[in-house]
Design a protein around this ligand. Sequence first.
Ligand code: CA
Length: 222
Amino acid sequence: MIVEDDRSLSRSIYDYLKMEGHICEVALTFTDATQKVAINKYDCIILDIGLPDGTGLDLIREMKANRLTGGILILSAKSSLDDKLVGLNIGADDYLTKPFHFAELNARINSIYRRNNFLGLNEITFNEIRINTEDNQVYVNEKLLILTKKEYDLLLFFMANRNRIITKESIVEHLWGDNVILTDSFDFVYTHVKNLRKKIVAAEGSNYIKCIYGFGYKFIDI
Ligand code: CA
């Protein structure tokens, strides 16, 4: 989620991150951001400090008080060292000073995601599966898998949530965000899961992805 009241900046960040394959939402006000964090779970929140109806720091305090998780990257003005320090002290993961390069923003977001989900490692290995999160390559038994972007994101999501039941709804939320037309079935999730599983098994990997009838899926440590 991009929390930034400067419309043209939030739009530019949105467009850039979308191009990089992230699913994004924008909140232009403190109120909007507060409502969104209460309902959704974000991998990363890009947080401007100065908002028209509150401060980004208060949003961090509110999230911590309500035990809401999610990475937080502060965007701060050049002069406000205090804001950065306070932000880091109360639980932000990182900060960037305006103006910044979008490529650096993207690198910081990916690093926060790795830190929060994979102990900061660029390479995630799990039995015969090896994922390089720098170049987005996946190997099974050291054989390169050709995955679509959605299959890759799905695999990372499963890896970050091993042995937990993942509902179809949470997969849709994570991989498609708000940009999906909500239907009752989410059958397209099934297709992506099936294809991912097929590719892993074709490379003689184990069948880790189990269907939990009526709920969704579970990536199981065998
Ligand atoms: Ca602002």
